[in-house]
Design a protein around this ligand. Structure first.
Ligand code: NAD
Ligand code: UDP
Length: 341
C-alpha cells in the first residue's frame, strides 16, 4: 500500500468541502490519502472525485479517533501535510449533544495531532469557521477580532484553534493555517459532487435548491426585521470551489512559514437572504416561493469577512460570484435529486 510519492492526508475528504478540495489537490498534482468514517457522507463522493480528477484517491476508511487506523493512514504514503476537515457541524445538534461534539471535534483533533507527532508531520491546515467570532463587534470581520462562539459547535472550533496555537508555540517547526470559512455554497461545475444534507437542511442554500426542485414547498425566511438593508440576514457566501482552492494555497503557505495563523476565507461581500433567493431565481429561471417567519434563535444579523489577510499571505481571493454559486449548486441538485444515494 505504501507509495514513494509524498501525499497530503485529508480527514473528512468525502464531505462537502473535503470532496471539492480533493479535486483541486489532485488537479494541482498532489497525491492524497483520505480518512473518513462516512458519518455524514458517502463513499460515492470519492468515486465522483476520482471521475472528475481522472486519478485515484487512496482511502483509509474509519474514525480519526482510532489510533491504529490513523497509523495505517500515515503509513500509506510519506505524509507531508494534513488537511483536517473531519468534524460534526450541525449547530442545533451541538446544543443537544455537546459531549458528542467535543468528543468528535476536539477529541478527534487531539488523536490526529498525536498521530502527526508520531509521523513527524509539521504542516497542518484546519477547517475553522467564522462562527468563532460570535456576534460581530465590527464589520467586516478581521482575524484579530474577539472570539466568542455562541454554541458548542463554534466552541469546539475555538478550542481547536487554541490547541493548535499552543502547539505551535511549543514547537517552532510547526506550521498551522486555521481557515475560518464564511458560508460555502454551490458545487463543482461538473455537477458530479455537491452538498448532500442527510435530513432537512439547516442551511439556507440547500434549502433553496430543495424548494426549487419541489422537495419542499417553500422557504421559511427567518426574520425580516434584522437591522440590514432589506431586513433579512446577511452572510458572506463563498463558492465551494474558491474555498477548495484556498486550501491548496494554504498548503503552500505552510510549506514556507512556521507558527499558527488564522485566516478568513470569504469574499468580503454580504448577501441577504432575499438577495440570494433573487440571484438563484435569475441564475436558474426557477421560482423559489418563500414566507417570512420569526427569527431563528442564536442567529446574527450580519456577517462578512475582511478577506485581506488571505490575499496578503496566500495570494488567494474568491473569484466566483453569487450567480455562479447558484447555477453550479442547481446543476448538482438537478442531476442528483437524492444526493449520492
Ligand atoms: P461534512 O459533514 O460534509 O464533512 C465532514 C466529513 O468528516 C464527513 O465526510 C464525515 O463523514 C467526516 N467525519 C466526521 N467525523 C469524523 C471522524 N471522527 N472520523 C472520520 N471522519 C469523520 O462537512 P463540510 O461542510 O464538508 O465541513 C468540513 C469542515 O469545515 C468541518 O470541520 C466543518 O466544521 C467546517 N466548516 C464547514 C462550514 C460549512 O458551512 N459547510 C462552514 C465553516 C466550517
Ligand atoms: N435562513 C433562512 N431560512 C432557512 C435557513 C437560513 O432564512 O431555512 C437564513 C438565516 O437566518 C441566516 C441566513 O439564512 O440569516 C444564512 O443561514 P445559514 O444557516 O445558511 O448560515 P449561518 O447562519 O450558519 O451563517
Amino acid at each position: 500500500m505504501n507509495s514513494r510519492l509524498p501525499a497530503i492526508l485529508v480527514t473528512g475528504g468525502a464531505g462537502y468541502v473535503g470532496s471539492h478540495t480533493l479535486v483541486e489537490l489532485l488537479a494541482a498534482g498532489y497525491d492524497v490519502v483520505c480518512v473518513d468514517n462516512f458519518s455524514n457522507s458517502s463513499p460515492e463522493a470519492l468515486r465522483r472525485v476520482e471521475r472528475i480528477a481522472g486519478r485515484a484517491v487512496r482511502r483509509v476508511d474509519g474514525d480519526i479517533r482510532d489510533r491504529s487506523l490513523l497509523d495505517l493512514a500515515f503509513a500509506a504514503a510519506p505524509i507531508e501535510a494534513v488537511i483536517h476537515f473531519a468534524a460534526l457541524k450541525a449547530v442545533g445538534e451541538s446544543v443537544l449533544r455537546p459531549l458528542d461534539y467535543y468528543d468528535n471535534n476536539v477529541g478527534g483533533t487531539i488523536c490526529l495531532l498525536h498521530a502527526c507527532r508520531r509521523a513527524g508531520v509539521k504542516r497542518f491546515v484546519f477547517s475553522s469557521s467564522a462562527t468563532v467570532y460570535g456576534i460581530p463587534q465590527k464589520l467586516p470581520l478581521t482575524e484579530d477580532m474577539p472570539l466568542a462562539p455562541l454554541n458548542p459547535y463554534g466552541a469546539t472550533k475555538l478550542v481547536n484553534e487554541l490547541l493548535l496555537r499552543d502547539l505551535c508555540a511549543s514547537d517552532p517547526a510547526m506550521s498551522v493555517a486555521s481557515l475560518r470559512y464564511f458560508n460555502p455554497i454551490g458545487a463543482h461545475p461538473s455537477g458530479l459532487i455537491g452538498e448532500d444534507p442527510r435530513d432537512i437542511p439547516n442551511n439556507l442554500f440547500p434549502f433553496i435548491t430543495q424548494v426549487a426542485i419541489g422537495k419542499r414547498e417553500r422557504l421559511s425566511v427567518f426574520g425580516s426585521d434584522w437591522p440590514t438593508r432589506d431586513g433579512t440576514g446577511v452572510r458572506d457566501y463563498i463558492h465551494v470551489v474558491d474555498l477548495a482552492l484556498g486550501h491548496v494555497t494554504a498548503l503552500r503557505y505552510c510549506a514556507r512559514s512556521t507558527g499558527f495563523v488564522p485566516i478568513n476565507l470569504g469574499t468580503g461581500r454580504g448577501t441577504s437572504v432575499l438577495e440570494l433567493v433573487k440571484a438563484f431565481e435569475e441564475a436558474t429561471a426557477r421560482p423559489v416561493p418563500y414566507q417570512i417567519v420569526g427569527r431563528r434563535s442564536g442567529d446574527i444579523a450580519e456577517c462578512y469577512a475582511d478577506a485581506g489577510l488571505a490575499l496578503r499571505l496566500l495570494q488567494w481571493r474568491a473569484t466566483r460570484d453569487v450567480k455562479e454559486m447558484c447555477a453550479d449548486g442547481w446543476r448538482w441538485q438537478q442531476g442528483n435529486p437524492s444526493g449520492y444515494s
